[in-house]
Design a protein around this ligand. Sequence first.
Ligand code: KE4
Length: 431
Amino acid sequence: MKRSQKLFQHAQLVIPGGVNSPVRAFRAVGGTPLFLRRGKGAWVWDADGNRYIDYVGSWGPLIAGHAHPDVLKAVEEAASRGLSFGAPTESEVEIAALLCKLVPSMEQVRLVSSGTEATMSAIRLARGHTGRSKILKFEGCYHGHADSLLVKAGSGALTLGQPSSAGVPAEIAAQTIVVDYNDIGAVERAFQEDGKNIAAVIVEPVAGNMNLVTPRAGFLEAMRKLCTKHGTLLIFDEVMTGFRVALGGAQALFGISPDLTTLGKVIGGGMPMGAFGGCRAIMQCIAPLGPVYQAGTLSGNPIAVAAGLATLKLVQAAGFYERLTATALDLCERLTAAARQHRVAFSAQNVGGMFGMYFRATPPSTYAEVMQCDRATFSHFFHAMLADGVYFAPSAFEACFLSAAHGAPEVEKTIRAAKRFFATLNAPHST
Ligand code: KE4
């Protein structure tokens, strides 16, 4: 028996579902989740010593590649001085100043330990600042697992077919208005009905939790105008897109300034880190200055900050995002061409260093279109590629991620494996 299978058997005795985050369980694609043991650059090795090109990258954080020497050196140096103090440290000021410089819509930022903490805190801040209770989110968008946001969520909630979680009181869910992504008319109607009660709109400026769905032209701009008109705070949840689609995130790509931004993943370089920030007038509402309470034992943890600072230094290198985007585009174009060669209904697209693949002739632009994708074929594709040494996200509802360490050899190997799979789909049946 493979070591991953043995480990999974044991894990299921002591951890619910054998995993510490549902999407890792391979429930959407079937089979036994890989237990990974090592990563280096674009590659990971499982508990049986098999190696794979990694297009998950810990769901986005490993944009510099696994075990980057600069990141490891920074972590080792910080760790040698102690792991945590529960007191302010110089490096927290350094990373806060850097985040505000790179994301100019933020005049101040508060560090936390996960994307969920960042969005949960941003929602509470928006409610405290506006005195309003309602929030508006989009079906298929995932903003972590805080109660108010687990309503028609994406990612693992969508993968498991439980978009609205048990355990969220109806009274809390009732404060969350959910409309279709890319449907600005629905947003306008929600504001007409309830605008004065909406504290915040929270949106993934590029959706990455119902697979990758890009905003239609004018969608984000219209939302910005509506929020300004109604005194509602616009929250860009850039936990995934921040430092992933561009140096300044999606807000830099689209030239739109949200009122609050949430960050995570890349800013921790693989260590637990999240952040939320905005203009000073709003951030002053946060304790200890203001009435909106928010706290965390390991917030701004020196080791996580060291990994984040080292990663943020690497992504500021000249041409970093141009190269990352070019590799992602090349991969998507060649996957699409290979599928077309074998008459397979498949499409792929990227935004910066994140990409989506769909067993559908064209990329979806709405949740309904995402649900039309052929999930069964995706599962076959996933396992065929895994057997060929390529590790994609184990769900048709997740985006995939490239690192700076992915290059021509990885793309070539991926395309060869994909061609082998596509060839099996419409192969003439041998009689
Ligand atoms: P975390 O609490 O998992 O650090 O961040 C929550 C979150 C918030 N906002 C966005 C846009 C996110 O994508 C996420 C988390 N993303 C998923 C991947 N789709 C994390 C993977 C997982 O849940 O294991």
